[in-house]
Design a protein around this ligand. Structure first.
Ligand code: AMP
Ligand code: GLY
Length: 424
């Protein structure tokens, strides 16, 4: 098969890498891809929003399967667009993608189907929002309703911080349409957990649970990022708790989406907080997580193509999905300044050296192939995944890989997986 992967981050490098292990795959294309995918796939310079261009490419090159990485094209209906042209594609339709595209929409679905989540109110009027925040007090969470490139959530520890966030989102126009409506939530406390699931309508096949590290600095300090590192599996989560999450959260929401007339097909990302009163949903996303994918797919034994094809043909229920023993840890190396402003174009050294270890995979996120070097081209630059028999081995492998890699001002957290290891 010829397979096209849409996107150009660490998640897409990982998906494309996984595809290289499938005997069914002949050639892999990535649009637009990055410096990592360039090494084994053909990068295609078509924007992820250019549906006509992507569909034309798929037709011309005889693409047998397209897999969508990021959320934006899903929100904008790329799956609908391809299907209308009889082009096989993996991911949810635009109506199902609203589970991530609108926080209000997701909250309404959760309350309709009794899914545990933080208490919330939504506002389009600044004065009412401000009055509500003052009445509730801090800590409190303020979210822009629509897409805000990962920057739409402020966990405000003080009233002042909350008021500033509201002002930014609703008064300055800096969030555009996304800020026109805000969701204000009760602040939940507890450890976070990501559960990715392969979903086809009511069929839910959970993957191995993982944990992201959202804040930029060690000890969960500093602003939220897209994710600074992950590990899987998560030993704090017992089999019983996993079962509870699947049975009381993921399956009911998948069933609810079927009942509402927009069945989900693809990867459903459930972001959870393990609170003192049980697991609660932080968010649903409609795609693989980044950098969760970088630790989950290396542990997948079953051919990813078989899972994708079974989903497209409606046969996921009868597929047995197998996982490897062992653990994986991913450490993200970011550009200096990320998640704020950061430079691009720094030469990355040590790639061949880091890759020489069989237990280390260097997934590129923000990189590109320049004339004779790979250079930085984004905020999150590399995701270095280590695998091992347990988390300690995996973590040591990941950091050994990180030590071999260099670019100017590289920043990474030194405590990825520490929450799990404290208890081992
Ligand atoms: P979201 O984009 O909704 O996933 O939010 C990004 C991050 O903000 C989450 O991963 C949490 O770390 C944090 N967060 C979001 N909602 C809440 C909440 N209600 N209480 C505490 N933290 C939250
Ligand atoms: N790592 C968080 C996300 O993919 O949304």
């Amino acid at each position: 098969m010829n397979v096209l992967v849409i996107g150009g981050g660490g998640r897409e490098h990982t998906i494309a890498w996984k595809l290289t292990q499938s005997p069914k795959v002949k050639k892999i294309y990535c649009a637009p891809g990055n410096g990592g995918t360039a090494q084994f796939a053909q990068n295609v310079p078509i924007d992820v929003h250019d549906f006509a261009g992507l569909a034309q490419f798929a037709k011309d090159e005889g693409i047998d399967l397209t897999i969508v990485g990021p959320e934006d094209p899903l929100f904008a209906g790329i799956v609908d667009f391809f299907e209308q042209r009889n082009l096989p594609i993996y991911g949810p339709h635009a109506d199902a993608a609203r589970m991530e595209g609108s926080k209000c929409f997701a909250k309404k679905m959760m309350s309709r189907y009794n899914i545990p989540t933080a208490r919330y109110e939504s506002f389009i009027d600044y004065e009412s929002a401000l009055a509500y925040v003052r009445e509730q007090g801090a800590p409190i969470v303020i979210k822009a309703d629509g897409l805000a490139a990962g920057k739409g959530v402020v966990v405000a520890e003080s009233l002042e911080e909350a008021e500033n966030a509201l002002f930014d989102m609703m008064k300055t126009g800096s969030f555009g349409e996304a800020g026109a409506r805000v969701v204000i939530e009760e602040c939940m406390r507890g450890e976070e957990l990501t559960l990715l699931s392969f979903v086809d309508g009511e069929t839910v096949k959970p993957m191995i649970a993982s944990q992201d590290h959202k804040q930029v600095f060690d000890g969960d300090k500093g602003p939220n990022t897209g994710g600074m590192g992950t590990y899987a599996p998560v030993p704090q989560v017992s089999a019983a708790l996993m079962e509870q999450i699947v049975e009381t959260i993921v399956k009911p929401i998948a069933k609810g989406m079927v009942q509402e007339g927009f069945p989900f097909k693809g990867v459903l990302y459930t972001g959870l907080m393990l609170t003192a009163v049980g697991p609660k949903v932080v968010e649903f996303n409609v795609r693989f997580g980044d950098p969760e994918t970088q630790v989950v797919l290396p542990l997948l034994k079953t051919d990813l193509v078989d899972i994708v094809l079974a989903t497209i043909s409606g046969e996921l229920a009868s597929l047995d999905i197998q996982w490897k023993e062992g653990s994986a840890v991913c450490v993200v190396m970011a550009a200096p300044g990320y998640p704020g402003e950061y430079p691009k174009g720094a030469v990355i050294e040590g790639l061949a050296d880091a890759k020489a270890d069989d237990n280390v995979f260097v997934f590129h996120a923000g990189t590109k192939q320049a004339d004779d070097a790979v250079v930085t081209n984004g905020g999150r630059v590399l995701g270095v995944t280590g695998i091992g028999n347990g988390l300690i081995e995996a973590r040591d492998a990941a950091y050994a890989g990180v030590k071999k890699l260099r670019f100017e001002g590289a920043h990474y957290r030194t405590d990825i997986a520490a929450k799990a290891l404290r208890r081992v």
